[in-house]
Design a protein around this ligand. Sequence first.
Ligand SMILES: Nc1ncnc2c1ncn2[C@@H]1O[C@H](COP(=O)(O)OP(=O)(O)OP(=O)(O)O)[C@@H](O)[C@H]1O
Ligand SMILES: [Mg+2]
Length: 325
Amino acid sequence: MFTQARIKLTAFYVLIIIFIISVFSVLLFHYTAQHIHDNIEEDSVPHEIQQKIIKNTVDQLQASLIFTDAIVIVLAGVLSYWLAGRTLDPIQNALHAQEQFSANASHELRTPLAVLRTENEIFLKNKKSSPEDAYLLAQSNLEEIQRMSSMMENLLLLARSKISSSQTEQTQVALSPVLKNIMSKLRAFADSKKILLQNTVAADAHAIGNEKLFEHLFFNIIQNAITYTQQGTVSVDSKKSLVGELVITIRDTGVGISKADLEHIFEPFYKADTSRTISSAGVGLGLSIVQEIVKTSGGAIHIESELNKGTTVSVTLPTQSKKLS
Ligand SMILES: Nc1ncnc2c1ncn2[C@@H]1O[C@H](COP(=O)(O)OP(=O)(O)OP(=O)(O)O)[C@@H](O)[C@H]1O
Ligand SMILES: [Mg+2]
């Protein structure tokens, strides 16, 4: 598909160049031929010889113009082919990324659907199923449905934040209550793993951005910190950077992320090897959303991690309104 498009684009470029060269050559030919006529016409030279000289010079001019044009057109063809390739490259990459995204999304949806189908089929085939079996089946079904709806929500959020990055309403957001609220929502999850949650965010911590997006941003990071920690502490802290921006730091004492994985964890559907054995691990969309939100807010995110020691995520957010690109 892209080879055909590249050839078409090349032909289009070459046609434009041929048109420009033809117009330019015709004008140049007429102007120069006229110039030759005006300069060669002299009374001392017989008329026939004059005509011969003019004809020869004009023929030579025509031949050299055709020769030069042919070389330019061949060169333009080669350059156009290269340029068409360069023009189509980002489109091809974007299309490939989108295909990959759709393939990953359908793969991740297929897994809980397959679990749902198999569990229900086994239950229906077993004539001696008890009410307790039915209860366990409903519980398992609900878990898979929750997994799917959380994934759908994340997919929608990712698509929406990409589309509307420039349209989100930016206000001054007090982050202390936002983070308190997130931590109280995640407290039961942390308690179930006996993880201590610490919050030392300054009461006056604030940043410019969108409150709803900040909620998603920090929920995903703190949820990760708890999910990928087997034991210990998850702490959330705030400080001002040297240039007056707000830095929120989330530290955990969890499984950590290897250097190789760190380079990829913001890619949609990427999961590090360390998370594969963790039952509550997700599908790999959280940090892609986090990155989109940070970009939308004009901030930055930095992750430091050491395997089996823990991870520190620092999010820098603007505290003054500025024009976002
Ligand atoms: N605090 C952390 N400690 C260790 N590994 C982490 C941490 N945060 C993220 N990771 C790794 O980065 C991967 C990507 O994280 P991300 O939040 O994007 O996806 P997820 O948690 O797997 O799924 P989702 O957030 O979509 O439910 C995770 O699978 C995990 O391997
Ligand atoms: Mg996550």
